[in-house]
Design a protein around this ligand. Structure first.
Ligand SMILES: [Zn+2]
Length: 160
């Protein structure tokens, strides 16, 4: 199956705000093929999530790896965030070899369209909540290194 090259920091397009997807385009073969390729890229690169701008397409789409199943979220919004936070170690396919501690909301409510353009709403916590916040940041041009409290690995590899 087709995979896509992953862009790495400091590629300028990773810093752009991605645009909304026209829901009418979701059902097209081109868009469905793109979702499949993005999902396959995530699995091949061994990611737990991947956002569309990471493969050079600045649209509001990401895939989350739910225990081996890749689920697409289109035009996602975080509609509720807990005050409680957690600090955990994060890395990113677009910042290879670099890891650091990031503070995130403990629980989030996400609303999005799925690959069939149906509305979905889910409450997540733990690692899943972290993935959603990390991937949503990509759609706004934000990388985890912007939020790191402390680097745990590869700080010397970080290109600015
Ligand atoms: Zn990332």
């Amino acid at each position: 199956m087709k995979t896509l090259p992953v862009l790495t920091h400091p590629t300028p397009s990773l810093r752009e705000r991605s645009v909304e997807v026209d829901p009418k385009s979701i059902g097209t073969p081109e868009f469905q093929a793109f979702l499949e390729a993005l999902t396959e890229t995530m699995f091949v690169e061994d990611g737990i999530g991947i956002a569309s701008p990471q493969v050079g397409r600045n649209i509001r789409v990401f895939i989350v790896n739910h225990g081996g199943i890749g689920t697409a979220y289109i035009n996602p919004l975080i509609t509720k965030t807990s005050d409680a936070t957690v600090i955990g170690e994060e890395g990113c396919l677009s910042v290879p070899g670099v890891w650091g501690m990031v503070e995130r909301a403990k629980k989030v409510t996400v609303e999005a369209l799925d690959r069939h353009a149906r509305k979905v709403k889910l409450e997540c916590k733990g690692l899943e909540a972290v993935i959603f916040q990390h991937e949503l940041d990509h759609l706004d041009g934000i990388l985890f290194i912007d939020k790191v409290k402390e680097f745990t690995k590869g700080k010397d590899k970080l290109k600015v």
